[in-house]
Write a protein that binds this ligand. Structure first.
Ligand code: PYC
Length: 315
């Protein structure tokens, strides 16, 4: 079995797009196809994402036919833990990859519509290689939920930005790259305590907290820096576009960022996304747009040798 992939990184966070050799997931909804990917073809996800071919940081994208008539393609994102609802850094990587393949325009102003299991997003080509993703409707569902840890009390906002986020300001830690191990431990503890206590995302597609976002002051001319813990324990090298969408939903709900104004979110490595929002159709929702840049890093043919005991990855 061979699988052709194209690798890129978006503001430091890698994306691997599967361009040949993906399994047939049928013609159901992308939500159903994602379920099928998990139940029948999880070994393909693990082969592509996990070591020895991948790593815990990698997000992979399965390209699918569009689910809605007006869209150009469908995408299912996966990582080391399973399916991701939406992934903005990944979508910027997908669009950059489609441009690299000559399947998407590089002309500023051109748009491409992409379906995901949690909704349709639109990507617009901006000058200088920047890609702006108008994400799914995002919203804050809970404000300042007290979370008691062994050694401190923190308060979390819970928000949907295509994944479920707990967003915390009053954690008492310095947000510094050198402290990523301590930040990973703290964020993991917060997620465990919140999910054990049932303090999870509420609303239509409610679900457990899958990402935790810790905030600190800016270091690179932006409005703030974050540390984002992803579902499988890795931290996001980019500022996390779904996380920035969740942040914008909180800023909008607090009246701290006006509609159309720009928020520059810095990542733990200092890379940046620009975020802005407009009102969503449903009261209390916003439609965020997140802009950033991706670069192609490689094209490979992955081989799964039937004799290789680790052909489906090291779990
Ligand atoms: O950019 O949305 C994002 C993202 C989610 C997980 C890693 N990156």
């Amino acid at each position: 079995m061979s699988i052709k992939v194209i690798d890129s990184h978006t503001e430091g966070e890698p994306t691997r797009v599967i361009v040949e050799g993906a399994p047939d997931l049928g013609a159901g909804s992308l939500f159903r196809q994602a379920e099928l990917l998990t139940s029948e073809f999880d070994h393909v996800r693990t082969a592509v994402v996990l070591e020895p071919r991948g790593s815990d940081v990698l997000v992979a994208a399965f390209l699918r036919p569009p689910e809605t008539q007006s869209s150009d393609a469908g995408v299912i994102f996966v990582n080391n833990a399973g399916i991701l609802g939406m992934c903005v850094h990944g979508m910027i990587g997908v669009v950059r990859t489609l441009q690299h393949l000559g399947r998407a325009s590089t002309t500023p102003g051109e748009t491409i519509r992409l379906d995901t299991p949690v909704g349709t997003v639109t990507a617009t080509v901006e000058p200088d290689g920047v890609i702006a993703v108008e994400n799914v409707a995002s919203r804050r569902t809970n404000h300042r939920v007290p979370v008691q840890l062994d050694d401190r009390l923190v308060h979390a906002d819970i928000a949907w930005g295509g994944n479920w986020f707990a967003l915390i300001d009053d954690h008492g830690e310095r947000i510094e790259f050198e402290r990523r191990k301590e930040l990973t431990e703290l964020a993991s503890k917060i997620r465990r305590v919140m999910n054990d206590a049932g303090l999870d995302g509420t609303g239509a597609r409610g679900g457990p907290i899958d990402h935790v976002e810790l905030f600190g002051p800016p270091v690179n001319g932006g409005d703030g820096q974050n540390f984002v813990l992803c579902p499988g324990g890795a931290y996001d090298r980019s500022p996390c576009g779904t996380g920035t969408s969740a942040k914008l939903a909180c800023l909008a709900a607090d009246g701290r960022l006006a509609e159309g104004a720009t928020w520059i979110q810095e990542s733990i490595i200092g890379s940046r996304f620009a975020g802005t929002w407009r009102a969503g159709e449903e009261p209390g929702t916003i439609i965020p747009t997140i802009s950033g840049q991706a670069w192609i890093t490689g094209e490979s043919m992955l081989h799964l040798d039937p004799e290789d005991p680790y052909r489906f990855g090291i779990s």
